[in-house]
Design a protein around this ligand. Sequence first.
Ligand SMILES: [Zn+2]
Length: 385
Amino acid sequence: MSRPLLAAALLAAALPTAAFAREQPGKIAKRIADEVRKINEAHVQSEVRKRTARKKAKDGWARDLPDMEGTTIESSLHADLSEFALMDVATLVRAKDSRRTRAALVVAGEAALGLDWMLAFDRIEERLYDLDADAAKELGIAVSRERFLLRGVGGIEFDLLNTFADALDAVLDQYEETFGFKEWSKVPGKKLRVRLRLVDSITRGPHFAPQFPFHSEIDFPVVDPKRFTSPTSDGNFLFYGLCHELGHVIAMWGDREHEEDRHAWAHYTGAVILEELAKSKSNEKWRLRVRDARYRSLSKDRKKLEGAGVEPSLTSRSGVLALLIRLHDAVGPRAIGAAINHLDRMDERLRIRGVRYYTFAELRAGLLATLDDAEKKRAATELLP
Ligand SMILES: [Zn+2]
């Protein structure tokens, strides 16, 4: 039997798994989690080896490798799961109810999400929901799409999750069209993660959580489990926040001690994307309650900075923002995206916990290596250190 067929048969409870039935649910869940972790670790290692090989093969700035060459895509990692893991999931979802079984289902569900293994996650989540709706709320629900895995915890409803997924797809499409950035996750091939979290009140907006070893993740608090509204009634610009956080996911600046962009980069990319998306006449559902662009956009920032006579510099946040806007106007966002992609291919930048850090000197080098137009090259040279 082929692996997908076997998986389907096992999860549909068509095959007996009596041999495992007496085992502790916690042990079974741990085995599933260990297997997923090993596969993820092997994936990171293989991507690191590819990066090293590329570095060794390089011959200066002129080298231009195809994007994502040889990258392992997350779904293909499912082929590395053993048949035992599939049987373990099947056994676990049929284990009789107990406190231990419920806890084990949570562990196994988290593990399945770590590999975008929705076949297993959906069965585990369904079983947990039958046994303990509150625990199921904490494990949450998930929607997996081509570029991201969206998870909703704390009582988020599917309607919101699907609407949000449409919004995120639109934002990523706009980033693609405007900047053309290529590497969304710090681990090549891994889907971007976004965790929607239902909270009583939003004390901190969306933020990029760089601590996860195997993927990049954005934490996204919401107060309404059903509908996506932004700004919220208490003034949180959640949609702008999403556009902004993706700017951090693409590029952090400086190093651990000093933020070279003074937090202007993500504001810049976020404002650009907000403004571009607002030009669309489309009436997709996610747009109905999203009004951030009325208050924030690149044009508004440009006018404000010009009005205040702020000159491009690296010495203040408004100076960096003026610099980025001037660069945007001189070379265009596609050129900025191409320079970042070029730096990603070279991969000589600082990485902290896998997260890529850039400097403006590197951006300048990236632009000079990728721009053809002499006028644009001069503008990049003048603006950047
Ligand atoms: Zn930020």
